[in-house]
Design a protein around this ligand. Structure first.
Ligand code: RP5
Length: 165
């Protein structure tokens, strides 16, 4: 994590979410975007959530990535308290494999949007890339890195499949 002032906030409901949410952080690192990562639980630390979300914009954040599992209220509650774009990552749960997390996050009532990603690692990775896309609108260095990332990804795809051992 760099010492620069964070412009993306990654929040998660529990320490147990970090192995998933780290994939968002990894993408932000790749694009050179300063971020912060915090445990903020809608259920266990509601006052921390209110403080985090209500001060996010004035502290200089541009985007919030929020990951939670199970009865995953964190992204929606954060979105209720900040005008910043909030991207929600459904963390894979033990009981219902993250389908509970997904439905909890995606079914926001009209008027309070949460951009909802896929369950688990892919969702966290894409949340990081999506946050970079937002930052890239006004940051040429990030835009160039994002273009390079996409070009490398495209170049990595073979034309013809091969037998694998
Ligand atoms: C949610 O409950 C968290 O986001 C986490 O995904 C899930 C389980 O949390 P722990 O019991 O592992 O702390 O609030």
């Amino acid at each position: 994590m760099s010492d620069a002032k964070p412009i993306v906030g990654i929040i998660m409901g529990s320490q147990s979410d970090w192995p998933t949410m780290k994939h968002a952080a990894d993408m932000l690192e790749e694009f050179g975007i300063p971020y912060e990562a915090r445990i903020v639980s809608a259920h266990r630390t509601p006052a921390r959530l209110v403080d985090y979300a209500t001060t996010a914009r004035e502290r200089g954040l541009h985007v919030i990535i929020a990951g939670a599992g199970g009865a995953a209220h964190l992204p929606g509650m954060a979105a209720a308290m900040t005008p910043l774009p909030v991207f929600g990552v459904p963390v894979q749960s033990a009981a219902l494999s993250g389908q509970d997390s997904l439905l909890s996050i995606v079914q926001m009532p009209g008027g309070v949007p949460v951009g909802t990603l896929a369950i688990g690692k892919a969702g966290a990775k894409n949340a990081g890339i999506l946050a970079a896309s937002v930052i890239a609108l006004h940051d040429k260095a990030v835009a160039d890195k994002l273009d390079a990332f996409r070009a490398a990804q495209t170049a990595s795809v073979a034309d013809v499949p091969v037998d694998e051992a």
